[in-house]
Design a binder for this molecule. Structure first.
Ligand code: ARG
Length: 462
């Protein structure tokens, strides 16, 4: 007999039970559901719907149920449809009559919305901390090689030399935006739906603001239908996680490239590489490939929740139960990827000689010839064409660009542009890849990291 079976004569068909039960995956919410139930019980006690004694008995009973889950000794009963029913059933077994009062003025509809918000608020906080750890690792890796240069690419063709720090900072900035987005989303989700009941509230004298503050929500719901129907916070979190996953996959792709024999810019430590079952010499960058590959399911999880929500009539519909597995999966996946990428990057060695030699490709100086002509008053389009002709000649004749430039009476004065690191040092514009901008960028990024950590700590539950 389930807790709701009063009006039914027949028990549920097994096939429907298998379709409908969610305990098998929502049991991970136990701590959040118990937190919500404690707040709810405190609210009932405050308005006299529970006596002080009943409240104390319920609170300690809930603690006992939590302890069983924590110790892995909780035994699921065959009537436990979901985590909410399971906890209430066990509570009542443990404490008797007062347990039967806990669900007063509450529905699973406001309960599950509350529980899931508590979970999500916590989970996205953990993800943000982890992502900031990866940002730290990227910055620290750059700091190990402050002078290292590599070619910057467009279309995966060598374009202009850049500092390694500049390249790693660009990845860090994407991740910092992810954290920013998550913190914004966390603010919007920080509203308590508890007290909305099934969809329309209750005739009993409850105080949703009080229960909201018990759970450190910033406010309580404004509209009971919205409270039980809204899963924006799930979709928004899944988007932030998917976007982060896309950033992680772009880092992954570059690590895959950098660790090939062809690029040979970096090597991962043994602890973060895998071998081949057949080829004894292989050292594979699976960590980077998985960072790339896992992003697919993150995008899929977002899509599945958006499609599930689309067209749902108000208010609660059972479809909403489908919000959980994608959310759990995305949180777990991002944490797995972020933690291993952090370790892989922290222990990665850069082959600075090889990066430098690729960055010293003379053709990368072509733009400096064009810009030097502009400084002499030539229109950029003409300058571009002149520099392009020099490159064309060098390539066609199979000679170094500096040789072609040096031989040309008109351009020989630009030979100094080929000086070691000249091209890099000439990048002086704001936010550019040159050394002058590097210090400023480092300060700006350090400020962003600090402010993300401050915002994160501020909204977090103690
Ligand atoms: N397990 C359900 C869910 O995840 C809880 C809410 C059930 N409510 C209901 N009216 N059947 O959404």
């Amino acid at each position: 007999m389930t807790l709701w079976s009063g009006r039914f004569n027949e028990s549920m068909d097994e096939t429907l039970w298998n379709l409908s039960e969610s305990f098998s995956f929502d049991h991970v919410l136990y701590a959040y559901d118990i937190e919500g139930s404690k707040a709810h019980a405190a609210g009932l006690a405050k308005v006299g719907l529970l006596s002080a004694e009943e409240f104390a008995t319920i609170s300690s009973g809930l603690e006992r149920v939590a302890a069983e889950f924590a110790a892995n000794t909780f035994v699921r009963s065959e009537v436990d449809e979901d985590i909410h029913m399971a906890i209430e059933r066990r509570l009542t077994e443990l404490i008797g009559e007062p347990g039967r009062k806990l669900h007063t003025s509450r529905s699973r509809n406001d309960q599950v919305a509350t529980t899931l918000r508590l979970f999500t608020r916590d989970a996205v906080g953990q993800v943000s901390q982890a992502v900031l750890g990866l940002v730290d690792a990227l910055i620290a890796k750059g700091a190990e090689y402050p002078q290292a240069v590599l070619p910057g690419y467009t279309h995966l063709q060598r374009a202009q030399p850049v500092l390694l720090t500049h390249h790693l900072n660009a990845h860090a900035l994407g991740l910092l935006r992810d954290v920013d987005r998550i913190i914004d989303a966390r603010h919007r989700m920080n509203v308590s739906p508890l007290g909305a009941g099934a969809l329309a509230g209750t005739s009993l004298p409850i105080d949703p603001n009080f229960t909201a503050s018990q759970m450190d929500f910033e406010s309580a719901f404004i509209n009971s239908i919205d409270a039980v129907s809204d899963r924006d916070f799930v979709a928004e979190s899944l988007f932030a996680l998917a976007m982060c996953g896309v950033h992680l996959s772009r880092i992954g792709e570059e690590l895959v490239l950098w660790t090939t024999q062809e690029f040979d810019f970096a090597s991962l430590s043994d602890a973060f590489t895998t071998g081949s079952s057949m080829l004894p010499h292989k050292k594979n960058s699976d960590v980077a490939e998985l960072a790339r590959g896992k992003s697919g399911r993150l995008v899929g999880n977002l899509t599945s929740v958006l499609v599930m929500l689309k067209g749902l009539p108000f208010s609660y519909n059972r479809d909403l139960q489908e919000d959980k597995e994608p959310l759990f999966d995305s949180v777990r996946t991002v944490l797995l990827v972020v933690h291993s990428l952090t370790g892989a990057i922290a222990t990665m060695t850069m082959n600075t000689m090889r990066m430098e030699s690729s960055a010293s490709d003379e053709l990368l100086v072509a733009i400096d010839i064009a810009e030097a002509l502009v400084a002499d008053g030539v229109a950029f389009r003409d300058a571009h064409a002149l520099a392009g002709q020099l490159v064309g000649r060098a390539v066609a004749e199979g000679r170094a660009l500096s040789v072609v430039v040096g031989e040309d009476p008109e351009f020989a004065k630009f030979l100094f542009l080929f000086d070691d690191r000249g091209a890099l040092n000439r990048r002086t514009s704001q936010g550019s890849s040159g050394p002058e901008s590097a210090d400023h960028q480092a300060k700006q990024i350090a400020e962003l990291i600090d402010s993300a950590r401050r915002r994160l700590a501020k909204g977090a539950k103690p």
